[in-house]
Write a protein that binds this ligand. Structure first.
Ligand SMILES: C[S@@+](CC[C@H](N)C(=O)[O-])C[C@H]1O[C@@H](n2cnc3c(N)ncnc32)[C@H](O)[C@@H]1O
Length: 387
């Protein structure tokens, strides 16, 4: 699809981002532990700023260590590099230096100066002089297409907002740095809680974010205000300083009157879940959340199964003023049957019986039901409840 949209000739790289822990176990096959990033250029004006991984003098990989095998008395590491000009036809660069007659890269004056400064060395009399290239003056190892140095967001990370698919800032920082210049416009059409927007803002790029989930938009707006300190204000946005969130369609009043199917879809998508395709006979599950967890913790295996199921949390949605005890009972039965450790329930409000039942269910089974109201989902603090 990307080839069709962006042009197959613009394809440049397929990058593997290796998370350090697997997402969960699939039914068959190996645990999924990477995301794929496709890099496409934009024709002649493509920006590419090559990223480097700086060398760590005390911890060099084998290849670099064997290349940089020399050391000055003060400990500086260097390698010896060729000073001979690849073009043999340069009469003004042809001269004798330290008893060796060659076509050199540098003029005689420059060569002499470098020699006086200890940069040009002759390893033994009659040997071709070479130049020292110091490791600490090199940019580092060019980052290749396998990225293993960016860990996923763990449960203790400071940047963690609780949005289920949040990507680490370092990942988006690398992508945006490599492929854009200051003041360029970064578009993230599926921006979740806005990691790409924060990275773009930090790197002085302009940005546009789009997300189908109103929850995502609210979490993202709060993050841009709190983390980046940008005001959410139409007049400031027009003046090039603030930002605005457009087209948030839903209010509690509107959600009360839309068709039940639309309501279910809205609630499930707002929570970052996937709606159930089957509308009839859904056995009490309207949608599922597949948490992107940094710890591989597959659920217990059941008889006849190898314990390879991907972990998921059920979502049950009731377009009711008050969900009652029978609604919760039915959801609990489903969670027991499917052995789900956590589930989400959505309604406009809950009877006190229903809330008590959720508490005693936890005491009995150690399974958690997160009871969310529509008002809470519309609120930007919702992500905290989803963890
Ligand atoms: C993997 S998440 C993005 C995570 C993001 N990089 C972050 O760090 O938070 C994908 C996002 O795409 C959104 N999405 C799914 N379908 C969409 C659509 N048709 N249009 C816009 N956004 C959509 C989802 O709501 C979800 O927030």
């Amino acid at each position: 699809m990307l080839d069709q949209i962006l042009g197959e000739n613009n394809f440049q790289s397929e990058i593997i981002w290796h998370r350090t822990l697997a997402k969960g176990l699939a039914f068959t096959g190996f645990p999924n532990n990477h995301d794929t990033i496709f890099l496409y250029g934009g024709g002649d004006e493509t920006t590419f700023n090559r990223p480097y991984d700086p060398y760590d003098q005390d911890n060099l990989d084998e290849k670099t260590a064997s290349k940089y095998s020399h050391r000055d008395p003060d400990g500086r590491i260097y390698r010896l590099d060729n000073l001979i000009n690849p073009n043999p036809n340069r009469p003004n660069l042809t001269y004798e230096f330290l008893g060796v007659n060659r076509v050199w890269r540098w003029t005689k004056e420059r060569m002499q100066e470098a020699y006086d400064n200890g940069i040009v060395v002759q390893t033994k009399p009659g040997a071709v002089p070479q130049m020292k290239r110091y490791l600490d003056e090199q940019e580092g190892r060019p980052i290749d297409t396998v990225w293993t140095d960016i860990p996923p967001i763990n449960s203790q990370a400071k940047e963690r907002l609780g949005y289920p698919t949040q990507k680490p800032l370092a990942l988006l920082d690398r992508i945006i740095r490599a492929s854009s210049k200051e003041n360029d416009i970064v578009l993230d059409a599926f921006c979740g809680c806005g990691t790409a927007l924060v990275a773009a803002q930090n790197l002085k790029r302009q940005w546009i974010g789009i997300d189908i989930s109103p929850t995502a938009c609210r979490v993202m707006a709060k993050r841009l205000r709190d983390v980046c300190g940008i005001p959410e204000s139409e007049p400031l946005w027009k003046a090039g300083r603030g930002f605005v969130v457009r087209d948030l369609p839903w209010t509690v009043e509107k959600l009360r009157v839309i068709p039940p199917f639309e309501f279910e879809n809205w609630a499930v998508i707002a929570l970052g879940g996937i709606p159930n395709k089957v509308q009839v006979g859904d056995m009490g599950v309207d949608g599922r959340i597949f948490p992107v967890s940094s710890s591989a913790a597959p659920r217990k295996s059941q008889e006849g199964e190898l314990g390879l199921k991907e972990r998921w949390y059920p979502i049950q949605v009731k377009q009711k003023d008050k969900a009652g005890r029978p609604d919760i009972d039915a959801f609990e039965a489903m969670m027991m049957r499917e052995d789900c450790e956590k589930g989400f329930f959505v309604s406009f409000d809950y009877s006190s019986d229903a809330l008590q039942e959720i508490e005693s269910f936890f005491k009995r089974s150690h399974k958690v039901i997160v009871a969310l109201t529509v008002q809470e989902i519309l609120d930007e603090h919702i992500a905290k409840k989803l963890v």
